[in-house]
Ligand binder design. Structure first.
Ligand code: ADP
Ligand code: FBP
Ligand code: MG
Length: 328
């Protein structure tokens, strides 16, 4: 069993509310167990630039409630190359680090897995931190709950003005390849339609349903369009509908990056704490190349390789069907 003494922690890819509670848990669990901890700034970029600093219990005081990540994050191109990885490895060795906790999404884990295969003497443990909720091996990823609540809050406000003006709104939410936020927000806000990447969009059906809604005396309508929907994006969908639906005044809102910010919900604070705690304990137990997840409210470790090769977010057809029925 590989015994570890110094852990580095980093956040990578899109930031997600709940990353800070997770960093806090990693630092304090490690220190409680007599390990040293190093914080790496800007994800993999910090490994390459040797941008790291020693952390102690007070480095993570009063961060539970903060959105973003105190370690900062980045999308780091050089880490994708063999040369970039080698520079990172040399810096890690020079610092005496023997284990890495990486908090991020599928891209971060792809990098971590490659790195771990190339340099197996450094243990790696992944924590799923992404608002997209698109990782196999965890029912929830860090930030998804907060982001969904932020979206619901925003759409509720749009519903007020949509109703006041009898308008039809097309609202784009995040999710490059994932309809997770769109589906949950759609149910929570009673959206008349939810368009997402996991299902082909039939514009004719959409138009039919919107007309039916109008015939059924609906005064306003909300259509949620996930960023990754394959029908050409929110503006194209709105334009296509505009040509055929004359009864509604149509508006488009793109919620954008506000969805990634804000104080983490209690759920994400607890999830981040549990996952950070579990990640360090798993490293102490000699585990590596795994991802910490939450399944049926229990912490579960999944092989990184498996987490990346299995399909992540599966569209819950039953929920889609329910959303459609409940919005008639
Ligand atoms: N195939 C890869 N090889 C090495 N590193 C990678 C690879 N894919 C992604 N990464 C690293 O992980 C970082 C985060 O990935 P990205 O897809 O941007 O976000 P996320 O981890 O949230 O999905 C990238 O900027 C890059 O540094
Ligand atoms: O902030 P950026 O770099 O434009 O990225 C936007 C993307 O990041 C996300 O918010 C989160 O994705 P990741 O967690 O995979 O980075 C996506 O929903 C969105 O498509
Ligand atoms: Mg991703």
């Amino acid at each position: 069993m590989q015994k570890i003494s110094k852990i580095a922690v980093l956040t990578s890819g899109g930031d997600a509310p709940g990353m800070n509670p997770c960093i806090r848990a990693v630092v304090r669990t490690a220190i409680f167990n007599g390990l040293q901890v190093v914080g790496v700034r800007q994800g993999y970029q910090g490994l390459i630039d040797n941008n790291m600093f020693d952390m102690n219990n007070r480095s993570v005081s009063n961060i539970l409630n903060l959105g973003g990540t105190i370690l900062k994050t980045a999308r780091c191109l050089p880490f994708r190359s063999e040369e970039g990885m080698e520079i990172a490895y040399n810096n890690i060795k020079a610092q005496g680090i023997d284990a890495l906790v990486v908090i991020g999404g599928d891209g971060t884990f792809t990098g971590a897995l490659r790195f771990s295969k190339k340099y197996p003497d450094i243990a790696v443990m992944g924590v799923p931190g992404t608002i997209d909720n698109d990782l196999y091996g965890s029912t929830y990823t860090l930030g998804f709950d907060t982001a969904t609540n932020t979206v619901v809050d925003a759409i509720d406000k749009i519903r007020d003005t949509a109703d006041a003006h009898d308008r039809l709104f097309f609202i784009e939410v995040m999710g490059r390849d994932s309809g997770a936020i769109a589906l949950r927000a759609g149910i929570s806000c009673g959206a008349e339609a939810i368009l997402l990447p996991e299902r082909a969009t039939a514009i004719d059906n959409l138009i039919e349903n919107l007309k039916k809604g109008r015939d059924n005396k609906k005064s306003s309508s909300i259509v949620i369009v996930a960023e990754g929907d394959k029908s050409g994006g929110v503006y194209d969908v709105a334009e296509a509908v505009k040509k055929q639906v004359k009864l509604y005044d149509i508006k488009v809102t793109v919620l954008g990056h506000l969805q990634r910010g804000g104080s983490p919900s209690a759920f994400d604070r607890i999830l981040g704490s549990r996952m950070g705690f579990a990640a360090v304990n798993a490293l102490i137990a000699g585990k590596s190349r795994m991802m910490v997840g939450l399944e049926a409210n229990h912490i579960k470790l999944t092989d990184l390789e498996e987490a990346l090769t299995q399909h992540s977010f599966k569209l819950e057809e039953d929920l889609m069907q329910m959303a459609e029925i409940l919005s008639i």
